[in-house]
Design a protein around this ligand. Sequence first.
Ligand code: FPP
Length: 269
Amino acid sequence: MDRKESDAYLRLDPARLPQHIAIIMDGNGRWARRRHLPRVAGHRAGVAAVRSTVETAARIGIPALTLYAFSEENWKKRPKSEVDFLMRLLCHYLKAEIKTLNENNVRLQYIGRRYELPAIVQREMAEASEATAGNTGMILTLALNYSARSEIVDAFRALAEAASRNGGLDHLELSEQAISENLYTRDLPDPDLVVRTSGEMRLSNFLLWQLAYAEIYVTQTLWPDFRGVQLLEGIEEYQKRERRYGGLGGDPGHTREHAKPREHAEAKL
Ligand code: FPP
């Protein structure tokens, strides 16, 4: 940690760190445009931001970090040359980062419809997650070809298929718990904090179900300029917020320390 980071870390209460942070990495294109560079230069520069953020989160003991790297919409709406570049960059990242992930005891996994990605990318993804599977520290989840609405559709399909295998519609179990358990994120607590870079105030189809009670932190920093210290600033802001889960506040039953991730839903309005 450099001086700025350790100063920012000292301002945090280590007992109240978010258990899961989700980040919408945005602003690569603008970062490049400001420098009169092609858009892809922004994506390339974004890798250093990913590295710094992951390292800092792992070192301070954040249990789960999820990064929105590539949405289903990105795939359909960007020029093929940019999509191809992002795929190559991802393959490069997956190869190059295994060492750092292992050094930081980080386990890598993915959410999104990965079977729609190019075979070579799927192969690299599988290799990288297998290479880190034994790690016991932070879970790093990359959202790749991800759409929250598709995820919810997939969860409902899984529930319907389970019911049909189990005797038909009478056996369809529809509850908040059943839906949560069939999302791609079934092994993760819901995020406590969602960070979006570059000043945009949107969720962009990211973890729509899971972010129901998350604190939202928007920073003007463009993603390629984001580093561990900016993550710590976001956590500091999060620690200043009063989380109410639909209650009135001041009630210990509704504070983070007492609410387990799956209980958030029960405390809603
Ligand atoms: C948004 O910026 C960013 C993306 C669509 C891609 C995210 C990719 C990276 C951060 C780099 C690599 C990541 C990994 C995990 C290897 P934008 O292009 O929408 O920016 P703009 O809104 O300024 O145009």
